[in-house]
Design a protein around this ligand. Structure first.
Ligand SMILES: [Zn+2]
Length: 258
């Protein structure tokens, strides 16, 4: 009766006082949060706690998560918008109603039509999944591999897709931008990165960042967001202009925290 427990937990969030001890443990287990100062950690905790009030978190049967694990997920989501104004941070993810945790990477039958009209079917292994208005699906194994400075973070990846879908149903690598940022500049910088990734592939050379970024403009945005928060040194070295662009978009400088 996993859902029953989950409903009860959601109910508890409403009257449970903020679990200080669990929050300190959550932070200590997530190296990407370690460089935040006390005020930032406090704001992150408050926002993560409020996110848990608003979102439904569905766990696989048999997995009994306490506040530490729940806050750990919510904190990595809230990290992305930590330096945005409170109302902007809330509205960024109003299109997320539920996070579904699945035990491991999941396979899905995918059909794709090529230019000649032939439909190809294949098994697509995914570690996370997001759709417009749908839940964010995350694999437990990959959650466990997220949160350190390794250039991989399934939570940030999937929630980047949700940011991307803030202005259209398409995952197109073009999220709503703050008023002080130019869409033209965004497009120019991301196109240059995209072209560089494709050029590396054509030459048969390894790509400067995970080649998954070269599969789709939406994946390019999601993968570069992962790098921004979890391998800012690698992103800044490979694509300094893009690192600076994301720095203005997120209003953060993760390199300083590394
Ligand atoms: Zn993706």
């Amino acid at each position: 009766m996993g859902w029953l427990k989950d409903l009860k937990r959601r109910h508890d969030v409403g009257r449970h006082p903020f679990p200080e001890q669990a929050w300190r443990e959550a932070i200590s287990r997530l190296p990407i949060l370690a460089g935040l100062d006390d005020a930032q950690q406090r704001r992150l905790g408050e926002r993560a706690w409020r996110l848990l009030h608003r979102l439904r978190l569905t766990l696989p049967p048999g997995l009994d998560w306490g506040w530490r694990e729940r806050l750990g997920i919510a904190a990595q989501v809230s990290l992305m918008t930590l330096e945005w104004r409170e109302d902007d941070a809330v509205s960024a993810f109003t299109n997320v109603h539920e996070i579904v945790i699945v035990p491991d990477a999941f396979r899905r039958r995918v059909e794709e039509m090529d230019e000649t009209g032939v439909v190809h079917e294949f098994d697509d292994e995914r570690v996370g999944e997001t759709s417009y208005q749908g839940p964010v699906v995350l694999s437990l194994t990959d959650i466990e591999h997220s949160g350190n400075w390794a250039g991989f973070n399934v939570i940030i990846h999937e929630f980047s897709h949700k940011l991307d879908m803030g202005n259209s149903m398409d995952v197109d690598g073009f999220p709503p931008l703050p008023r002080d940022m130019s869409a033209k500049e965004w497009h120019r910088i991301y196109t240059a990165v995209w072209d560089d990734l494709q050029a590396h592939l054509e030459r048969g050379e390894p790509t400067p960042i995970d080649g998954y970024a070269a599969t789709h403009p939406g994946e390019c945005f999601a993968v570069t967001c992962e790098y921004f928060f979890s391998a800012p040194d690698e992103l800044a070295a490979a694509y300094p202009e893009l690192y600076a662009l994301l720095g203005r978009y997120f209003r953060q400088d993760p390199l300083a925290r590394l």
